[in-house]
Design a protein around this ligand. Structure first.
Ligand SMILES: Cc1cc2nc3c(=O)[nH]c(=O)nc-3n(C[C@H](O)[C@H](O)[C@H](O)COP(=O)(O)OP(=O)(O)OC[C@H]3O[C@@H](n4cnc5c(N)ncnc54)[C@H](O)[C@@H]3O)c2cc1C
Length: 514
């Protein structure tokens, strides 16, 4: 008997190993065909970054090869998924389309529309949570509400991860990664009977993946970007981070994550953010690697600092899930400030200042180095993301949503949940209970780039400047050699910002009642 053919629809899970939706499909039938839809609504969006399109295309190229090696194929279509998925399912006579769930408002509404179209044609849709260790619906306070504060979220999340660890395989409620499928069964398009054959030839199949240029983008930072596309590269990167690089003469980055993670001049973080965003790596694979490292450290009678470092990295994975569950439960976060009084903030929104910030020409070296890193490599160190975000909002007094968009237009790992969460945290408009957080860029630079290594790397025109001036930004005109003077004074802008904040309508006042 010929096995019935199912379709697996890849979105932000560009891998075969430990892909839960795919694993469930394969458990039902070996005749599974993969599909990815290049959706113009996403790829043509005003905030799409060339670096992300680069990462996507390169990862898809590798994924096609992986599907061939597993015995089947990955089809790439271009167009509207709502029209294309039902057409493809009809052409392949597939009774089921499987996929993994998304937390973003666009993804969720698209999935509802696609599911309705498929169901109207008598097909089933099988969905799974794959991009998080714990499903957002499973994370509720004692009162049954979603979490707004990270601390209590983390406690619940950790408890659930512990229970899932005891449950074993991710296919039976645990978090142990699932192996990649093998021995899949392909089909012969030339053998499709009519009318399915006619339907097949009208599909907008991309026999060869389009180039970045054909999709209207250009990106020259591939060699500078720390995030490498594809499933194999993500696993290799995870291994280097957790086990070290043989012969590299460096320690194991994970074991020195605390305090290494805060030093932008060092490669102290994993660089896996794009892999986790596009799903070339699963969170379970990342978690499993951290647990293995923990076991080795414990077995060797491990140092306290190494165990602390592993724990801190796990907490970063938890931040990622905190923001995902927040966006899932509060989709309005994508529309603006979580705290309503911020809707009334009288931003300066000085266009020239904003552009100088975007280009790395503010005259404050740590800010400009970070923005140049972003512009050139498509990525920015986390410490610097916090510093430049605070500077845009609290020194230049620009609406944080301008910064949120600028980041999305540039970041290889640009992710609505994490980016919006990071900006709302930095702007003080989000769920974070601390009311006002203002970073002094000079103090931050002195603490986290004390030798000016990072600044000199990204601002070569300032290599000759002495470290003290480089960190403070107080560079004598003669020494600047074309580098701009500071746009604003941190001291006076901080005072202005605080005054504007103090004058905001208070929570509960008439003005801000929704
Ligand atoms: C203003 C601002 C905007 C940000 N925008 C994004 C974004 O668009 N996409 C994105 O993935 N991260 C974003 N972050 C979070 C963080 O900066 C990046 O995840 C991190 O720099 C990625 O580097 P890494 O992979 O080496 O991280 P590591 O330090 O190795 O951390 C491991 C993983 O944990 C997750 N993670 C770490 N920190 C955070 C965090 N604060 N919030 C959510 N997840 C986290 C990431 O998936 C990361 O890959 C933003 C932070 C700020 C302050």
């Amino acid at each position: 008997m010929v096995a019935e053919r199912w379709i697996f629809w890849h979105r932000r899970d560009l891998r075969l190993a430990d892909n839960l939706g795919l694993a469930r499909a394969v458990a039902a039938t070996p005749a599974v065909t993969g599909v990815f839809v290049l959706d113009p609504a996403i790829l043509g969006a005003a905030d799409m970054a060339p670096a992300r399109v680069w990462f996507l295309l390169e990862s898809l190229r590798e994924l096609q090869q992986c599907w061939r090696e597993a015995g089947s194929r990955l089809l790439v279509l271009q167009g509207d998924p709502e029209l294309l998925l039902p057409q493809l399912a009809e052409a392949l006579a597939a009774p089921v389309v499987a996929c993994n769930r998304d937390v973003e408002p666009y993804g969720r509404s698209r999935d509802r529309r696609v599911a309705a179209a498929l169901q109207a044609a008598g097909r089933k849709v099988l969905v799974d949570w794959d991009q998080v260790l714990v499903a957002p619906e499973a994370l509720k306070t004692g009162g049954g509400d979603p979490y707004r504060v990270y601390g209590p979220f983390l406690r619940n999340w950790r408890g659930q991860v512990k229970r899932k660890t005891a449950a074993g395989s991710a296919l039976s409620g645990g978090i142990e990664p699932v192996a990649a499928p093998a021995g899949l069964v392909d089909f012969d398009p030339a053998a499709l009977p009519e009318p399915r054959a006619s339907l097949w030839v009208t599909l907008p199949l991309q026999a060869n993946l389009p180039s970045l240029e054909e999709l209207g983008h250009a990106f020259e930072g591939a060699d500078l970007c720390p995030c490498r596309p594809g499933e194999a590269a993500a696993l290799a990167q995870l291994q280097r981070f957790c086990d070290g690089e043989p012969g590299a003469g460096r320690g194991i980055p994970l074991l020195g994550y605390e305090p290494g993670r805060n030093m932008p001049g060092e490669a102290g973080t994993s660089g896996l953010s794009a892999a986790l965003k596009f799903g070339t790596l699963s969170p379970r694979q990342a978690w499993a690697a951290a647990q293995q490292a923990r076991q080795v450290v414990v077995a060797l009678g491990g140092a306290e600092e190494a165990l602390t470092s592993i724990g801190v990295w796990e907490q970063e994975l938890a931040w990622r899930e905190f923001y995902q569950q927040a966006l899932f439960h509060f989709p309005e976060l994508a529309e603006g400030p979580y705290r309503p009084q911020w809707k009334h903030f009288p931003w300066d929104n000085h266009q020239g200042h904003y552009e100088a910030w975007c280009e790395g020409l503010t005259g404050m070296p740590i800010i400009d180095a970070a923005m140049r890193q972003l512009n050139e490599s498509g990525w920015m160190h986390n410490r610097c993301r916090m510093i430049v975000a605070s500077y845009l909002v609290k020194d230049l007094i620009c609406d944080w949503r301008w910064g949120e968009t600028a980041f999305m237009q540039r970041l290889v790992d640009g992710d609505l949940a994490a980016n919006n969460g990071g900006w709302q945290w930095s702007a003080s408009s989000g769920m974070d209970p601390k009311p006002l957080r203002i970073f002094n860029p000079a103090t931050q630079a002195s603490k986290f780039d004390p030798e000016g290594t990072y600044i000199r790397h990204w601002l070569p025109e300032l290599r000759h400047v002495n470290t003290k001036d480089l960190l403070s930004g107080e560079i004598a005109p003669m020494e600047r050699r074309g580098y701009p003077a500071q746009l604003v004074s941190h001291k006076s802008q901080q005072a202005r910002f605080k005054a504007l904040y103090a004058a905001l309508p208070k929570p509960g006042s008439e003005l801000i009642r929704r």
